[in-house]
Design a protein around this ligand. Sequence first.
Ligand code: FE
Length: 343
Amino acid sequence: MMDIGSIPVRVIGPRSQPEEHDGQVLSYIDMPSEMWSYRPPELPEPDAVQNLAAARDAMQWLQQALARYPHCAAPQLANLTALDDDNRGLVNQILGEGEVAISFNGELRARTQEAVLAGVWRTLYLDDADRIIADILEVADAPHVVRMAAAGKREIVARPGDDSADLMNALSLLVELRSHVQDYELSGKPHVINLTLLPLSDADLVFLDEQLGRGPVDTLSRAYGKCQVISTQVPNVWWVRFYNSMNTLILNTLEVIDVPAVICAAPEDLQDSAQRLAGLLTPYWPDTNATRYECRICWYLYDPAAGDPLEQIPAGTEFRDLPEHWRCPQCDAGQFAFLPAGA
Ligand code: FE
C-alpha cells in the first residue's frame, strides 16, 4: 500500500536535509551530474488498474484541463485529497517527477512537484506536523504557490546601515532595483540584473540579501542545468542562480518579474503534455480515447470532453454531432480529414 506521505514531492537544496547533532553541515563531493532528459514514467500492469475509477476520473479531468488550457490560459485545479491509497499510487506513477520542485514556507506550507508532463503540477499543502491537508492537481504555466510570493510587502529602502563600510556597489544596485520594480508595476516590463558581471564584495551580497529579505518560495529547476529560484520579501523580485554540473554558481541574477521564466512551462509544452498524456493513458483505459478524433493533416485532436470553446461547441459534444460547418480549428481542413484518435 502506498502511504500518502510517499507522493513524489521532494525538494533538494539548502535546509532540505536534517541537521547533524554536532552542528556539522553535510558536504557533497563534486560530481558531474547527469543531464536531465525526459523519461517515460514506469507504469503498473493495465489489468491491475481497471478498477481504480477515481484515478481514472482524475486523469480524465487532467486530459480535459490540458485541452481547455490553451483556450482560456487560466489555471485549472482539481482536488485529489479524497483519493484512497491505491488510486493515489496510480496517479503518482502516471504523473512521475518532472523538472521543477518548489517549496513554499510562509504562513502556509506547501510542496509542489512538476509532473513529467510540463505544466502539470502537484501541490501538497501541509500542516505544522507535515501532515497533508490538501492534495491539488494543477494545469498552469506556473503553480499557484509561486504566484503567492507576490504577497510580500517589503519596499526597497536603500539606506546604508552601521556596517556599510565594506559595501562597494550594493547601495547603488538597490536604487537601480527600486526603479525597475516601480517600472514593472507601471509598465509590466521585466528586468534582469546580472550580479555575476558586477564587482560585488561578499558584504554587498549579504547586504542585498538582508535588504530584500527571504520570501516563501524556494524552487529547484533541472530544466537547463540546475537553477535555483528564490523569492524575496519585495513583490516581483527574485534571486535566480544557475549552477553548472559541478554545483558551482555560474550565473547570479536578480529578476524583476511576477514569475521567472525558468519556472514557467511554455504554451507549446502544455500542448505537448496533452498529447503525451493521451499516449500514456491509452494502454490502461483504451476507451478513454475512443471518441476523440485527430486531424490527419495537422494532428489537431478534437476531444468531446472539451468541445471547441472558440466555435462555441459545448463540452460533451461527440465528433459525429458537430455542425457541418465545423472545420479543423488549426488547419481549416474539413471533417473528412479526421479519423478516430489512435486508429
Ligand atoms: Fe488540422
